[in-house]
Write a protein that binds this ligand. Structure first.
Ligand SMILES: Nc1ncnc2c1ncn2[C@@H]1O[C@H](COP(=O)(O)OP(=O)(O)O)[C@@H](O)[C@H]1O
Ligand SMILES: [Mg+2]
Length: 254
């Protein structure tokens, strides 16, 4: 069974068609890229998957069940976590606290309930802290764990955001342009972490990315969007040789 199936998904904003009849499936364990020119609908698709937008038509099945109409926090708890095209962290909190906040959606007791520091909640909190430290080790950000996020270099902030999504223990991780604005070294680092997350943590990943070096290197399958429509799907070799894709997108790269 596919972990995720997007069926004939359409999304309109008044007269603007952001997505038109998009169909795609993602198998468990895959790294799947969504590529296409600016305005193609990539972020809109992520917003539908994470419950930020409700599609105009179509369905999204996660583990065989429709998630249409579910609120973002519900979808996150089911196991779909994301990062944003523009970093959305709390700049004046440190790294540990940003990650703990991500983790808190897992707590039955909830961070703001009266019994926060007692009994079950206390045990959960200890577990949360251990989990957060594990992720900090995994992403090699121990040195900055107590620093305010806003004071960190951009590439490291992107890594912290990745960490925050990981704290939710998702089944699918949605990464919106994880390498955007990064230098060569930072880009190589992030590509390596994406691969490690997939291989070592066994997470399925959907990635929106403009850096074709990264995409072609690490992904199993690619869906190409153009003006809200899917114009191609296949493995990196097939996509690179696809005339439609070259005309709409890849040809402009050089
Ligand atoms: N909240 C919104 N209101 C109106 N139009 C939107 C909104 N979000 C996205 N769009 C439009 O949908 C189209 C797809 O945008 P987007 O999904 O951000 O593309 P991409 O991420 O591929 O660059 C664009 O024409 C954009 O202007
Ligand atoms: Mg976008």
């Amino acid at each position: 069974m596919d972990l995720l199936e997007i069926r004939q998904l359409s999304l309109n904003f008044g007269g603007i068609v952001a997505l038109r009849n998009v169909h795609m499936t993602v198998k468990k364990g895959q790294i799947h890229a969504i590529i296409g020119p600016n305005g193609a609908g990539k972020t809109s698709l992520f917003n539908c998957l994470s419950g930020v937008y409700v599609p105009t038509e179509g369905d999204i099945l996660f583990e065989g069940k429709s998630i249409i109409g579910l609120k973002p926090h519900k979808i996150a708890r089911l196991g779909i976590a994301r990062t944003f095209q523009n970093i959305e962290l709390f700049a004046n909190m440190n790294v540990i606290d940003n990650l703990l906040l991500g983790r808190h959606i897992h707590m039955d007791s909830g961070p703001f309930s009266g019994s926060f520091f007692y009994g079950k909640a206390l045990r959960e909190e200890v577990g949360n802290r251990l989990k957060v430290e594990e992720i900090i080790d995994f992403l090699e950000i121990e040195k900055v764990r107590k620093q305010l996020v806003g004071s960190l270099p951009y590439g490291i902030q992107k890594r912290v955001e990745l960490g925050r999504a990981l704290t939710m223990d998702p089944k699918i991780l949605l990464l919106d342009e994880p390498a955007a604005g990064m230098n060569v070294e930072e880009t190589e680092d992030i590509a390596r972490f994406v691969l490690d997350i997939n291989e070592e943590l066994g997470m399925t990943i959907i990635l929106v990315e403009h850096d074709m070096g990264v995409v072609m290197d690490i992904v199993d399958e690619i869906t190409v969007l153009d003006f809200g429509s899917k114009i191609a799907g296949g493995n990196p070799r097939e996509i690179q040789a696809n005339q439609k894709v070259i005309e709409a997108y890849l040809g402009q790269e050089d």
